[in-house]
Design a protein around this ligand. Structure first.
Ligand code: ATP
Length: 241
């Protein structure tokens, strides 16, 4: 579904991504793990069309989206849930969701209503709070809203940038449960996480990025069992599993 080949990207003189290649097949959860500043957000933003790549190629379902606008990329079926959630604080929950559908063509308006019901089924708490201002939601509820808003565009590939940041352990569990459910419903997920252990537990495959380079990749269970990954990203040895 997604093929990233030899992507180079950066800011001004700063070279961040160095010939990064990865792929995500339909129906997979693929996670990208790495330390602060490794380039994870830069990669997602580049795929989403928010940062023009300086080299390489990005294909979505076979179409070249390397230089496409963010709007075109959403229309092509790829939505980003950005780091820090970024919901529209002064708008209600439902208004935030409706905005998520704005990239779709007008004749699809009715389907947007169906989609809202789907989002409310996935996140019943959002239905309860549909008229509440997004800025007054808890962190976990805002994360659910950010995911729900991305789903309103009916993406085939959903990219999540550190959805667990700043959330209590129980809420993190809920969010990861929802990501698994998204995959079970036929979505494809590219998940960027600092919480490597939780991410690898729900992922099919993973990539490890270090200072802008992919240094390791493989099935999630292999990465969980890898001693270098354990030392650098899982915090404990296998005895603590
Ligand atoms: P984190 O887990 O902390 O979010 P990350 O892996 O997502 O880290 P990026 O946010 O992609 O890392 O940052 C990679 C590098 O690019 C860092 O050195 C960062 O300081 C730099 N950087 C990120 N955004 C910008 C920007 N807008 N302008 C200049 N440099 C930036």
């Amino acid at each position: 579904m997604l093929k990233v080949r030899n992507i180079e990207a950066g800011y001004g003189k700063l070279r961040v991504l160095r010939r990064v290649s990865l792929h995500v097949a339909e129906g997979e959860i693929v996670t990208l793990i790495g330390a602060n500043g490794a380039g994870k957000t830069t990669l997602l933003n580049t795929i989403a069309g928010l940062l023009p790549p300086r080299g390489g190629e990005i294909r979505l379902n076979g179409a070249d989206i390397t230089t496409a606008t963010p709007q075109k990329i959403v229309r092509a079926g790829c939505s980003l849930v950005p780091e820090g959630r970024q919901v529209f604080a002064p708008l209600s929950v439902e208004e935030n969701l409706i905005l998520g559908a704005h990239v779709r063509r007008q004749q699809e308006g009715k389907r947007a209503l169906t989609e809202i019901e789907h989002v409310y089924d996935l996140f019943p708490v959002l239905r309860e709070r549909r008229t509440q201002l997004a800025g007054t939601l808890s962190g976990g509820e805002q994360q659910m809203l950010a995911i729900g808003r991305a789903l309103m565009a009916r993406p085939r590939l959903i990219m999540l940038d550190e959805p667990s940041t700043g959330l209590a352990p129980l809420v993190v569990k809920t969010i990861f449960g929802i990501i698994s459910r998204l995959r079970d419903e036929g979505n494809t997920v590219l998940l960027v996480e600092q919480n490597a252990r939780a991410a690898l537990h729900i992922a099919d495959r993973g990539y490890v990025i270090e200072t802008g380079r992919i240094i390791l990749q493989g099935p999630a269970e292999d990465l969980l069992a890898n001693r270098d990954v354990q030392r650098a990203y899982l915090g404990h040895g296998p005895a603590n599993e």
